[in-house]
Design a binder for this molecule. Structure first.
Ligand SMILES: CC(C)(COP(=O)(O)OP(=O)(O)OC[C@H]1O[C@@H](n2cnc3c(N)ncnc32)[C@H](O)[C@@H]1OP(=O)(O)O)[C@@H](O)C(=O)NCCC(=O)NCCS
Length: 146
């Protein structure tokens, strides 16, 4: 396996062997933009979902996205790439969970090559049935990510 990091400020953490991604999926022709590469909005929506998977470890109830830090795409993603969304919790507050999401693409070729695509930091807030913020349920005891 080979991997590279694009720069210090936007460094994407190389996943340790055996780390389980929150989401892993193969990109399909329906996910493309007018140029034939994968539409950035598809990756953004999966980042949002991956952050939710991680945040639900702290709060199995309703969560909404309140913020997503600047996102830069370093490399294109192609149809057939296997894209993995690795998550880690950066911070838990009273009502919010901040999650880092690192996105890697595995090209469809014989030699296994992981390509860093992008990273993002997403903050999600626990809300009640009225949509008002509410304290996290499991601030000291996160559920495992299988
Ligand atoms: C999320 C929401 C319930 C927050 O309500 P609020 O009463 O304004 O909450 P606050 O400003 O007190 O912030 C709540 C938490 O979010 C955090 N937060 C708020 N704005 C943030 C931002 N821009 N970046 C990071 N964290 C933020 C606060 O630090 C706080 O965390 P803590 O309780 O863990 O310390 C409300 O803003 C909302 O409903 N937003 C729309 C969410 C949505 O629909 N998302 C999908 C968009 S399509």
């Amino acid at each position: 396996m080979s991997a590279s990091n694009p720069g210090a400020d936007t460094a994407i953490s190389i996943p340790k062997k055996g780390t389980v991604p929150a989401i892993k999926l193969i990109m399909m022709p329906r996910d493309t933009n007018a140029n034939g590469t994968i539409f950035g909005g598809v990756i953004l929506s999966q980042i949002d979902l991956a952050a939710a998977v991680e945040a639900h470890r702290w709060h199995p109830g309703r969560l909404v996205t309140v913020a997503m830090e600047k996102v830069e795409f370093h490399r294109p993603v192609f149809v057939g790439d296997l894209v993995s969304f690795y998550t880690s919790t950066v911070r838990t507050g009273t009502t919010s969970v901040t999650v880092r999401v690192d996105v890697w693409a595995q090209r469809r070729q014989e030699k296994i090559e992981l390509v860093p695509v992008t990273r993002a930091t997403v903050t999600m807030v626990a809300v009640d049935d009225q949509g008002d913020k509410t304290p996290l349920m499991r601030r000291d005891d996160p559920l495992p990510l299988y």
